[in-house]
Design a protein around this ligand. Structure first.
Ligand code: KIV
Ligand code: ZN
Length: 522
């Protein structure tokens, strides 16, 4: 008998905690739809208490998703109430509450004497808070997940005690996070095995694991946990997440699928949807996938050396343990052009995971026609960035109305910009080291701000001289990063749009967030 492994996707929660990866509500809804198509069992849609936008995103996803929708909450009543407010219309709601359990976290986060004076007293307080949180969450819905934050570094006996107590209080899933990505696979596997024997009521809950990738061991640790009794894996598309990220969904799923000879597990993930999902997440978050990334990197199925190419021609299995088709990497590129029409565009967008309403399609079509006129051939990756640009625009409040650049080998680069914001017009000129620098300086001068740019990259979406240029700009203000993306056949214009989008996200964030940063502590 095969055993099902539940796939809990946290791209929209932990993944969104990647530096700069803030997604707007519409982008999250779009990704959630694709995750459902991918076949994940649980979508962790956000952390509602952390901001009104997070709450709105969880609400919107709850309203339409057929998957279990989870919302994160610290072990305090306010957070749990906010999670329920966001989840109440979900078909299958799950409250996911967590508290730190390692001594290092307890000593740091619960330093105040109101939690106790000695470490032993503080541990007792944490245990009571965990149990109270689960009991309180249980008054809203039966499906409750509890996470022991930093379980990877938690004393095994105390971890067993707290897990037993939260299961007794009604937790139906107990998650064991390696929050700091510190453990080795044999060690993490043994931790799970220990819980299976030391916790008398462990069979009343599903054991879940949530591994971070600080030492590059997140996927290996997750697989070790499965061998030792875990039956839910928490992971994110492209492995994005805090710091070095989370265990990558596509790597876990394909490791299980390709090596099905080693175990009795299966997941319900439709592996052919992996590529589309990966590209959508990368485009919307602005987090570029490294070329040698397993499964979804550009080079994952490229064979460079003559010996390898020769082997591949004779038998693909010589150098490939899975086919590109099995993860949805397209083998032929479908090209649209100016004569493709709205219908052609719509069906191509559906194939890429975007099923748009008529008004949305009209807006994308108008952009498509302009691009198709300029560059003749429009590829899937062009459409992806176009979609990302359209959805990203919705909350950007700075519109580039006019841009003029003067640049050349014998002149000082000069830029003039006109920006419209809340019906006001800002116009300025500036010189710079190059045209992009001049353009950014003109924007800063027009808006009266200091430079906030911490990183800037420009790339082409496809090969060829007429490729669309995609600019990615990251800015940082008051400890929070924002990614902006701009797309155009003109890379200076794309850069200006990207900077303005990042500035729009920043404005939106500080207008809508009660807290400036998401604080996972209590
Ligand atoms: O890494 C972690 O411990 C978490 C928990 C909130 C599950 O993200
Ligand atoms: Zn995490």
């Amino acid at each position: 008998m095969k055993e099902k492994i539940l796939v809990f996707d946290t791209t929209l929660r932990d993944g969104e905690q990647s530096p700069g990866a803030s997604l707007n509500v519409q982008e999250k809804v779009e990704i959630a739809r694709q995750l459902e198509k991918l076949g994940v069992d649980i979508i962790e849609a956000g952390f509602p208490a952390s901001s009104p936008l997070q709450l709105e995103a969880v609400q919107r996803i709850s309203a339409e998703s057929g998957a279990v929708v989870a919302a994160l909450a610290r072990s305090v009543e306010n957070d749990i109430t906010a999670s329920w407010k966001a989840l109440q219309h979900a078909r299958k709601p799950r409250i996911h509450t967590f508290i730190s359990t390692s001594d290092i976290h307890i000593a740091g986060k619960f330093a105040s004497e109101r939690y106790g004076v000695s470490l032993a007293e503080k541990r007792k307080t944490v245990l009571k808070m965990a149990v109270d949180a689960v009991s309180f969450a249980k008054t809203f819905t039966p499906d409750i997940e509890f996470s022991a934050e930093d379980a990877g570094r938690t004393d095994p006996a105390y971890l067993a005690e707290i897990i037993e107590a939260v299961i007794a209080a009604g937790a139906t899933t107990v998650n064991i996070p390696d929050t700091t990505g510190y453990t080795w696979p044999f060690e993490f596997g043994a931790k799970i095995a220990h819980l299976c024997t030391a916790v008398p009521n462990i069979r009343n809950a599903v054991i879940s694991v949530h591994c971070h990738n600080d030492l590059g061991l997140a996927v290996a640790n997750t697989l070790a946990a499965l061998q030792n009794g875990a039956r839910q894996v928490e992971c994110s598309v492209n492995g994005i997440g805090e710091r070095a990220g989370n265990a990558s969904l596509e790597e876990i799923v394909m490791a299980l699928k390709v090596r099905s000879d080693l175990h009795n597990f299966y997941t319900d993930v439709v592996s052919e949807e992996i590529y589309n999902t990966s590209r959508m997440v990368s485009t919307f978050t602005g987090i570029i996938i490294q070329p040698n990334k397993a499964i979804v990197g550009d080079n994952a199925f490229s064979h460079e050396s003559g010996i390898h190419q020769d082997g591949m021609l004779k038998n693909r299995e010589t150098y490939e343990v899975m086919t590109p088709e099995s993860v949805g990497v397209p083998q032929t590129s479908i090209v649209l052009g100016r004569h493709s029409g709205k219908h052609g565009l719509k069906s191509r967008l559906i194939a890429l995971g975007h099923d748009l309403a008529d008004t949305e399609l009209e807006a994308v079509y108008q952009r498509f026609v302009v691009i198709a006129d300029k560059k003749k051939e429009v590829y899937d990756d062009d459409l992806r960035v176009l979609m990302g640009d359209e959805l990203g625009k919705s909350q950007s409040s700075f519109e580039l109305d006019y841009l003029h650049i003067n640049s050349g080998t014998a002149s000082i680069p000069t830029a003039t910009v006109r920006i419209v914001h809340d019906d006001r017009v800002f116009e300025e000129s500036a010189t710079g080291d190059g045209p992009v620098d001049a353009c950014f300086r003109a924007i800063e001068r027009a808006l009266g701000i200091d430079s906030m740019v911490t990183s800037y990259a420009v790339r082409s979406t496809t090969a060829g001289r007429q490729a669309l240029g995609e600019a990615l700009v990251r800015i940082r203000d008051r400890g929070v990063s924002f990614n902006g993306r701009g797309v155009s056949t003109d890379i200076i214009e794309a850069s200006a749009r990207a900077y303005l989008q990042a500035l729009g996200l920043r404005q939106h964030h500080f207008e809508n967030n009660s807290t400036e940063t998401i604080d996972n502590g209590v």
